[in-house]
Design a protein around this ligand. Structure first.
Ligand code: ATP
Ligand code: MG
Length: 246
């Protein structure tokens, strides 16, 4: 997806391109209008973080890759913003880690789920879950609780980019290892994660894929030591520190 009207020399090219992709996602019925608001909040935090992957986020992305590779059943959750911003990148991460992809929407409609599945398929995805919705996350109201029983419902590790705070907390309460991509280190989503990844999705997903490819032949003990040495509190603190003192 390109935005020909934005010159690459523009100092905030990436930010403008991201905005353009979300707008296009709304026009194509992939992204909800609330997704535009989430995008605005994300842009503000990305600006404060310097619009780059800070070292603690790179560590988190490596730990997340190790979790995905070590999992019995990992699932990458895709919502309307993820579908608009990084469809190919998500498919590549699934391929590099053996994870499933499940479409999971905060404002769920069958039509939007179908569109997102088709969009992901057009970017090379296969077997995308999210249409059965025969599982439930305990503690959430009916629509927000729906997941696929053989997807997020039975996953041990779930990557949830830009997840709503309530649902992130409910998934963590189910005992799932939650990897959350969220630019706001103070959001409940980030705070309920086993691995909070305080970075822009468009940088975080390809970087996780790079780490996963590099770790593809690593043995169980190498993966476990990467997972065990990751410090979630330190990652949150480092991001907050960067925002306060860039
Ligand atoms: P809660 O505290 O319940 O988690 P919230 O403020 O996070 O609430 P939303 O507005 O639904 O609620 O969440 C959107 C989140 O997604 C924001 O924290 C925003 O920073 C983040 N976000 C938006 N775009 C991106 C992106 N491209 N990459 C990473 N994070 C993003
Ligand atoms: Mg949140």
């Amino acid at each position: 997806m390109t935005a020909p009207e934005i010159p690459e020399s523009h100092p905030r090219y990436e930010s403008l391109l991201t905005r353009h992709r979300i707008e296009a996602g709304v026009d194509r019925g992939l992204t909800s209008r609330q997704g535009l608001i989430a995008q605005g909040r994300g842009e503000a935090f990305d600006y404060l973080l310097g619009e780059e992957t800070i070292p603690s986020a790179d560590d988190a992305e490596r730990a997340a890759a190790a979790h995905l590779l070590r999992a019995d059943h990992a699932v990458l959750s895709v919502n309307g913003n993820v579908a608009a911003l990084a469809p190919e990148e998500t498919v590549a991460l699934a391929a590099a880690t053996g994870a499933d992809i499940e479409v999971n929407l905060f404002n769920r409609t069958d039509e939007r789920i179908e569109r997102i599945v088709e969009h992901l398929n057009a970017h090379g995805a296969e077997g995308v879950k999210g249409t059965t919705a025969d599982g439930r996350i305990p503690g959430l109201d009916h629509e927000r609780a729906k997941v696929d029983a053989d997807g997020i419902g039975s996953a041990d590790v779930v990557l949830v980019p830009l997840e709503d705070g309530d649902r992130a907390e409910a998934l963590a309460a189910m005992g799932k290892t939650e990897l959350v991509v969220d630019l706001n280190p103070m959001s409940r989503s980030a705070r309920s994660a086993a691995v909070p990844i305080i970075d822009n999705l468009i940088r975080a997903v390809p970087n996780m894929t790079d780490h996963a490819r590099e770790l593809a032949d690593a043995d169980e003990s190498t993966l476990s030591s990467i997972v065990d040495s990751f410090d979630r509190e330190a990652a949150l603190a480092a991001a907050e520190e960067r925002i306060r003192a860039p």
